[in-house]
Structure formats: C-alpha cells, structure tokens
Design a protein around this ligand. Structure first.
Ligand SMILES: Nc1ncnc2c1ncn2[C@@H]1O[C@H](COP(=O)(O)OP(=O)(O)OP(=O)(O)O)[C@@H](O)[C@H]1O
Length: 545
C-alpha cells in the first residue's frame, strides 16, 4: 500500500530532520569545544573543571551548559568563561550568551537563580566558598592524602602556561599555537600522583634551576631558591617563609617549580607545589566532602610547601585556613615558599595576620631583566631549540636584536624565539635581523608603547631614599620626605605624559602649583648640585631599564 504524506506531515518531517541535523551540529560543535579546551589547558585542568560539564541545549544564540556543583559553576564562569564563550563563537558566530546552571536544579526544572550568564571575568568570589555546601561526592581531591614522593606532578607541558593565563596579562608572543609546537624543552615528566594522593599543581619539566638564567635582577632570588632546594629534610630553614615577588613573566613560577623539582628529586622531602587557585579548590572540595580536618592534617606532613600566585588566594575562610597552615608549618620548622605579583605589604585583600606572617621571613623581589639577562635567556632558548632542529643557524646579531627589542618579560622572550624558529621551519627562510624585525613587529611595538608609570616612579624613589610610598603621598613635611617627594614629582613630569593636576592627584591630592614648584626646584637643584644631578640620572636609568 502506498503511503502519502500530508503537507503538514511533510513539513513536520523536514522540521524533524532539520532539528536532528542541527542537534548533530551542536553536539559535534560541543565535542570540538571540549577537545580544544583539553588541548589548551591539558588533561589535568580539563578533568578538574570541564569533564563534568554537560551541554543542555543550544538555541537562539544561547548555549546552556550544566555542572554538578555551584562551586564548579562559579569557578568556570570566573576563570574560563571568556574562553568558553570565544570557543563557542568560533563554532557558531550566532552564539551571544552562555548560561551555566547547576545540574540537580537544571534537570528537575529550570530554576532561574540557578542559571547565570557569563558576563565578565571577575575572580572566584568568597561566595564560591559559601556555595560549597557540604554535599558529599566522590571527588578525589576531597580526600587528600599526602604523596611522600617528589612533588606530585602531572604531565602538562603547556598546561601551566595555559592554566589561569586567562586571568593574566596576555603575552602577545607566547599565546599562539605556533609557539606551542616548537617549544624548546623536552617531554613532560611523568605523573607521580598515581597513588591517588594529594596531587600538586602540574610541574613544567622545563623549569629547573639549571635552565634558570642568572642576572643582576634575580641573583638574590636564585641564591635563596638554591638554598631552599638543597636543604636536607629536617634542617632548620634559614629564612621562612621565602617570599618571591615580581610582575608577570619575570620567572617566579619557573623558580618555584625548579625548587619543587629539585627538592623532591631525592625522595627524602615531602614537597607540595600548589597554585593558590588549586589550594582554594582543594580546600573547598575538602569542605564539600566534610574532610577539611583531613586536608589540614595532610598538609601538616609537608616538608616543603610552595604556593604560587598568592594574589589569587580568595575568601575569608580559605585565608583563615591558609594562615593556620602557614603557622603550623613555619612553627614546625617546615619550609614555605610563596610567590606573588607584589610584596606581602601590598597584598591588600589578604588578612593582615597572613600578611604579617608572610613578611616575617625573607622577601625577595625579582627585578625587570636587564639587557644582559635578556640576551642570555635568548641565547639559551636558541641553543635549546638547536637540539631539536640541528641545522638551526642563528646569527649573534639576531640574538642581540631580540634582546634589545623584546624588553617586557621572559614569556615574551620565549615567544619571540619560538616564533622565529617556527618561521624558519615552516618557510625555510633563514633567521636574519630583517626577518626578525618583520616577525616580531608587534613585540617591538609593545616595547615602544611601554611607558614609565607614576607607581613605578614612586616605588623606585621610595626604595632609593628609604622612605615608604605612604610617606611620599602623605601630608608630612619633614625634609627627609619632602626632597624625595619633589624628585618623584619631577620624574613623573619629565618621564610620563601625565599633566600637573594628574600628578598632584597621585601624590595624595596635591595642588598642581605644588607639583610645578617641585619640578622647578629639582630642575634648578640638578643644575646647581652635582650630587642631586647624579641621583636623578641614576633614578632615570633605573626606570628606563
Ligand atoms: N631568569 C630566567 N631564566 C630562564 N627563563 C626565564 C627567566 N625568567 C623568566 N624566564 C622564562 O620566562 C617565562 C615566564 O616565566 P614564569 O612563568 O616563571 O613567570 P612568572 O613570574 O611566574 O609570571 P606569572 O606572574 O605570569 O606567573 C618562562 O618560560 C620562564 O622559563
């Protein structure tokens, strides 16, 4: 019997086919987004954050994802929201919103409060902690046991650079795929976390003390790192905690991971390297599993605890626990090493007790890499590349050029070298200064765009004259403060494009005529008093470097 379809049936059938075709497209789009997340962030980060994310729907430009916990929702929104959105938009340019909801609520019915829209990139808030209701679940991270091996590691060569880079200053050179492909270092080290214990954040096998290049700006930090790494188990720490601070890309992570790798190598010390974010996650997971006590107990057993990027330690409860652990470890003569992008005194979101404890050991700053250090890093990176590409020929002039042109930080130097090697390998063009000029144009521009900031001036001047920044912007008028303040205002006028009123505002709300008076005074002094003239020149050199 022949079956005929009504127009309505035909329409419905076509609609069903279109629906199922679009569902297929959505599913394959989601699977591509997942693959890209995995390759960008590595297996460890992927399985921690994305493995339990489900696609609920994608319609009318809205992608709706669901996750099992509110903490996960907030974490993903805060740290990966922008990237997720961008990846979806690459799949489907119509996507304009990403909703994430908590699954138990989502599956039963759509509860409006359970949904939220990825809008900005704010940090994981304290509410993430409160949101971590004690819902027991089988999360390995919730039942930590300390692995008494070298720092527990996970093989993630790119994961560390990808990890949390979403909330860092983007590096124009280092972020591209090309750089990843020609990475100079060897294969990642294998995981030590097989016992299912307290797995630390991934260690990058490239970051060793041997590959850390010494220069004037990092000599003290490196010496302290060597001492900590080489100490024997049970030996009383010479400085505790060791606090290393520097702006983005100056080598803090490299140094901390190098200490962790070296100290853990013999298997005699229990070493744990964690980013502050991972610390928060582990702690919150422990809270969820009502295992906070076990978490703390396990940390007490660590001989050497290294916490990276401390500026991302959020939440009162987490800080309280962190302070407690810090006290226990330091009082028990266990070594603690911390890295952050600023000194303890400037970590204003930290609890004052934590700040004061952190400042009680040795605080070392890594300064900006000078030309010699940059050159040595570039030469080292090319030498490592040459092990992979034996025919690689790099004239000394190119090494000089890169070191002079890329003045920002180690990450950009890495990126520059990788980019030149990639050009060379992909096009066969020899590496010459001309080629480098073209290939690195954006990085050189970044250098030209670099401006001295008033904060830099205040920092350098206050250090030079041994007065605090607070004094510089205070109303105090003692001679010991007035002169450095005038010098700082003079430098602000001559080295930045800021106007007199703007400078006045940044110096405690002073009137522009006060700034003008200072500028004239110092101009005159630097002409008439040789010592002041020399001091000004020295300060300018420091700020220009
Ligand atoms: N002195 C150095 N010797 C060798 N490599 C260096 C040095 N300083 C920085 N680098 C390299 O620069 C890159 C960035 O360094 P790293 O990730 O340690 O910076 P960071 O200070 O931790 O920055 P962030 O604040 O973003 O974490 C790394 O590839 C690192 O190996």
């Amino acid at each position: 019997m022949e079956t005929t379809m009504s127009t309505a049936q035909q329409t419905a059938s076509v609609a069903t086919r279109i629906d199922s075709a679009s569902a297929d497209r959505t599913d394959s789009g989601w699977s591509r987004v997942r693959s890209r997340l995995k390759s960008e962030y590595g297996d460890d980060v992927f399985s921690s954050w994305f493995a339990r994310v489900d696609l609920e729907s994608c319609a009318n430009g809205i992608v709706h994802l669901s996750v099992p916990t509110r903490f996960l929702k907030q974490w993903i929104q805060s740290y990966y929201g922008d990237r997720l959105m961008a990846l979806w938009q690459e799949e489907s340019p119509d996507v304009r919103r990403l909703d994430i909801s908590v699954r138990s609520a989502a599956r039963v019915r759509m509860v409006p409060e359970a949904q939220s829209t990825v809008a900005n990139n704010s940090r994981a808030p304290e509410s993430a902690l409160r949101a971590a209701a004690p819902a027991a679940r089988g999360d390995a991270a919730a039942t930590p046991r300390v692995v008494s091996t070298p720092a527990a590691v996970t093989p993630l060569p790119q994961a560390d650079s990808a990890r949390s880079r979403s909330h860092r200053t983007a590096s124009p050179a280092a972020g591209g795929q090309t750089t990843a492909k020609v990475h100079p270092f060897t294969a990642p080290r294998s995981s030590e976390g097989a016992e299912g214990g307290f797995v630390g954040s991934p260690l990058d096998p490239r970051f060793t003390l041997a590959t850390f290049v010494e220069g004037r700006s990092n000599a003290l930090a490196l010496a302290a790192a060597r001492q900590v790494a080489g100490a024997r188990a049970g030996e009383v720490a010479a400085f505790n905690p060791l606090f290393i601070h520097a702006p983005v890309g100056y080598g803090k992570t490299h140094l901390l991971q190098a200490i962790a790798a070296e100290a853990g190598a013999g298997g005699h010390r229990r070493v744990l390297y964690l980013t502050a974010e991972h610390f928060v996650f582990r702690f919150v997971a422990a809270l969820q599993a009502q295992a906070a006590l076990a978490f703390k107990e396990n940390l007490r057993g660590i001989d050497l605890l290294l916490i990276d990027d401390l500026q991302f330690l959020h939440g009162d409860r987490t800080q309280e626990e962190f302070c407690h652990i810090l006290n226990v470890l330091i009082d028990g003569a266990r070594q603690v090493v911390i890295a952050a992008d600023r000194p303890p005194s400037e970590l204003s979101t930290l609890d004052p007790r934590v700040r004061s404890r952190l400042g009680g050991g040795l605080t070392v700053e890594i300064g900006s890499p000078d030309a010699d250090l940059r050159r040595a890093v570039v030469a080292q990176r090319f030498a490592i590349q040459a092990q992979t590409y034996p025919g690689l020929s790099v004239p000394e002039a190119v090494i000089d050029f890169v070191a002079r042109a890329v003045v920002t930080n180690g990450r950009d130097l890495d990126g520059a070298v990788n980019r030149l090697v990639a050009h060379n390998q992909l096009t066969g063009a020899p590496i010459t200064v001309e080629m480098a000029e073209t290939a690195l144009r954006d990085l050189v521009k970044a250098r030209e765009a670099r401006r001295v900031r008033i904060e830099d001036i205040q920092r350098v001047v206050s250090r030079h004259y041994n007065v605090s920044k607070a004094d510089l912007i205070s109303a105090r008028r003692t001679q010991a403060i007035v002169r450095p303040r005038q010098i700082a205002m003079y430098l602000a006028k001559t080295m930045t494009p800021r106007s007199l009123p703007e400078i006045g505002r940044q110096f405690g709300g002073r009137d522009h005529t006060t700034v003008l008076h200072a500028v004239r005074k110092i101009e005159e002094l630097s002409r008439t008093d040789a010592r002041t003239g020399e001091e000004i020149e020295a300060l300018k050199r420091l700020l220009d470097d």
